[in-house]
Design a protein around this ligand. Structure first.
Ligand SMILES: Nc1ncnc2c1ncn2[C@@H]1O[C@H](COP(=O)(O)OP(=O)(O)O)[C@@H](O)[C@H]1O
Ligand SMILES: [Mg+2]
Length: 360
């Protein structure tokens, strides 16, 4: 799939802008703060109905205005799709596909698959484990809707169990039958989530390692992804039973798959503490490209957004990434931001591919 046209009105720092895109490579160039990332965010918004930076819709309206609107014309399989997303301070959000308003915004998600690689990805390394679980679960949910359902059921049961644990601390006693009921939900869904995540990470790791090695030119660096779960050593039913007293004291459920994590290492060292900025960026880029490759296996090639991707990488790694995303026909339409038009132009000219440069 690809996006042919984008029209922006009052979105962040942009008043009115219109772009006609190249089938393959599109670049946004200009100084810091001109709004390059904001244009990528507009494309992200049209795919996911939200910003990848600012989760409050109203803060994406250009200062002093009352609304913003984003229109995209897409080619999805043989169909042309016109998507309109607008947000008005008084009327709220509207999302339309070919002039017909969606009843549920969730029905839109998946129509326009998109992957973004951006400086925000660093959160995956430095934030808590929930960011990494979200990464695994969203990658999995894209092609296995059963995974998403198990996740929702698990989270609902967890919430209910924690409520019961809270009431018990106020002097109330826990009804063992109700507790057992929520435990049963945690057990059946938790086992499913554990099996899915474990299987996924095994196959995902191969793709990830392949990309990491391509970008770093088979350097001696040994990147690894390790799945951590308490369920590796004990089944969830035993875990819940064994920790019940502690959970009553803590007033929340302290064990289960909501404690799972993905451990990032280079060699035997944690990426967080020991990776150079370039290694961290290589790691994150390989993770996202592997995610892209999984997502494209489901059908349409997603749009790939590369925000400030070349910053902090040596020229060798920059060339490897360009070669990778242009020569491997896994990848479809690509959007790149960069501060220096000449540098980017030189890199792209070497590839012989046609590209469009938009100066902001
Ligand atoms: N709601 C808004 N109204 C006006 N300007 C905004 C709004 N949100 C963000 N901006 C401006 O957008 C600019 C950043 O744009 P960005 O796309 O991140 O730039 P870059 O070209 O460096 O990627 C900042 O100057 C910021 O003040
Ligand atoms: Mg930017």
């Amino acid at each position: 799939m690809r996006v042919k046209k984008l029209n922006i009105v009052n979105f962040k720092n942009h008043g009115e802008k219109e772009f006609s895109f190249n089938k393959k490579i599109n670049c946004f160039v200009g100084k810091n703060g001109v709004g390059k990332t904001n244009v990528l965010d507009a494309l992200y918004y049209l795919s996911f109905s939200k910003s990848f930076i600012n989760s409050t819709d109203s803060q994406n309206i250009k200062n002093g205005e009352d609304f913003f609107s984003l229109r995209g014309v897409y080619q999805v399989k043989e169909m042309e799709e016109h998507i309109l997303l607008s947000f008005d301070k008084n009327k709220g959000k509207t999302l339309k596909r070919n002039d017909k308003e969606y009843e549920k915004i969730s029905a839109h998600i998946g129509l326009l698959p998109l992957i973004i690689i951006s400086p925000q990805d660093i959160k995956l390394i430095f934030d808590g484990s929930s960011e990494r679980r979200k990464f695994i679960d969203s990658a999995l949910s894209q092609f296995d809707s059963g995974h998403l359902i198990a996740l929702q059921n698990y989270n609902r049961a967890l919430l209910q169990r924690n409520k019961i644990l809270k009431t018990s601390s106020g002097g109330g006693s826990i009804d063992p039958i109700i507790l057992e009921m929520w435990d049963a939900h945690l057990i059946s869904n938790g086992e499913k989530l554990y099996e899915n995540r474990k299987k996924f990470i095994t196959s995902f790791t191969d793709k990830f390692t392949e990309y990491y090695n391509k970008i770093s030119a088979e350097s001696s660096e040994k990147p690894s992804l390790k799945y951590f779960s308490q369920l590796e050593t004990e089944n969830i039913a035993d875990l819940l039973k064994r920790n019940l007293h502690r959970d009553e004291f803590l007033q929340y459920t302290s064990s289960g798959v909501h404690k799972d994590d993905l451990i990032f290492q280079v060699g035997d060292l944690p990426l967080k503490n020991c990776g150079s900025q370039g290694q961290q960026k290589t790691f994150l880029t390989a993770l996202k490209l592997a995610q892209y490759s999984f997502l494209s296996a489901t059908g349409e090639k997603p749009i790939l957004l590369l925000d400030d991707i070349f910053d902090k990488l040596d020229p060798f790694r920059v060339n490897s990434i360009v070669d990778l995303v242009l020569k491997d026909d896994t990848f479809g339409q690509i959007f790149i931001t960069h501060t220096n038009e000449n540098d980017l132009g030189k890199i792209l000219e070497k590839t012989g591919e046609e590209f469009e440069m938009f100066e902001l």
